[in-house]
Design a protein around this ligand. Structure first.
Ligand code: KIV
Length: 276
């Protein structure tokens, strides 16, 4: 299996070969995803909800992102690893943006970074790209702006907002982003943006017309039940399987059925006799 790069991902779009991206936050899961042929692993700031139990992504720190990116990067033999820039790691200044993107690459060992926002953040994208750091844009529902947007809602349904999304997508591409995530955007609009842009457009809740799809790993495995957005499909019921396994373990421990002899080490009874 080959190593996925900005060049191979761009080629995939040109050849109409759809890109599969999944969020990963740890070594074990990332290794399974990488071996399964997933081309892009996203260390999303959704780890705030999925791994840390917060209600949103706003409290996620650079340290959280670096901590979770490093094991994913260690696991990725083939996949291209993108780390999210957390809330307030880039919004305040272009300098913050470059410095923190650099930390995700240097300390987290990411291959690229993702940041939310359109025209207002093009100077930030340009500066990060100038520092030789690949950038993925993120438009539509941008969870770091949940309070400004008035909740988690579909974006781009009116002429004005749809046009704004199209303009922002073009601006993010022109600023040098090598890919774009579109979240919760009506399918026909995402398809139009995807066909308009040269860079791969990865959708989540954005329909089948995108160049690729991304889902939260725990969502697609049926492991995370705090919220289930309309766009989620369970490709397995791993959550049920895990709950059953934990309950079976509890029963086996309580009944004394586990551990069995083969799970323990024996010793010479003569030696034990001398132990008081
Ligand atoms: O943080 C995340 O998981 C994301 C995806 C929703 C694209 O940004």
């Amino acid at each position: 299996m080959k190593k996925h790069t900005v060049v191979s991902l761009r080629r995939q779009k040109a050849e109409g070969d759809r890109i599969a991206m999944i969020t990963a936050y740890d070594y074990t899961m990332a290794k399974l995803m990488d071996a399964a042929g997933v081309e892009m692993l996203l260390v999303g700031d959704s780890l705030g909800m999925v791994m840390l139990g917060y209600a949103d992504t706003l409290s996620v720190t650079m340290e959280d992102m670096i901590h979770h990116t490093r094991p994913v990067a260690c696991a990725a033999e083939h996949a291209f690893v993108v780390a999210d820039m957390p809330f307030m790691s880039y919004q305040a200044s272009v300098e913050d943006a470059v410095r923190n993107a650099g930390r995700l690459m240097k300390e987290g060992r990411a291959h690229g970074v993702k940041l939310e926002g359109g025209e207002d953040f093009c100077p930030h994208i340009r500066a990060i790209v100038a520092a030789s750091i690949p950038v993925v844009g993120h438009l539509g529902l941008t969870p770091q702006s949940v309070h400004a947007l008035g909740g988690y809602r579909v974006q781009g349904k009116s002429v004005e907002t749809a046009q704004k999304l199209m303009d922002s997508a073009r601006a993010v591409e022109a600023a040098g982003a090598f890919a774009l995530v579109l979240e919760c955007v009506p399918a026909p609009l995402s398809a139009k943006i995807s066909s308009e842009l040269k860079i791969p457009v990865i959708g989540i809740g954005a329909g089948a017309g995108c160049d690729g799809q991304v889902l939260v790993g725990q969502d697609l495995l049926g492991m995370f039940s705090d919220v289930t957005p309309k766009f989620v499909r369970h490709f397995a019921e791993a959550g049920n399987l895990m709950s059953e396994a934990f309950a079976a373990y509890c029963r086996a421990v309580k009944s004394g059925e586990f551990p069995a002899a083969e799970h323990a080490w024996d010793m010479d009874p003569e030696i034990l006799k001398h132990v008081r």
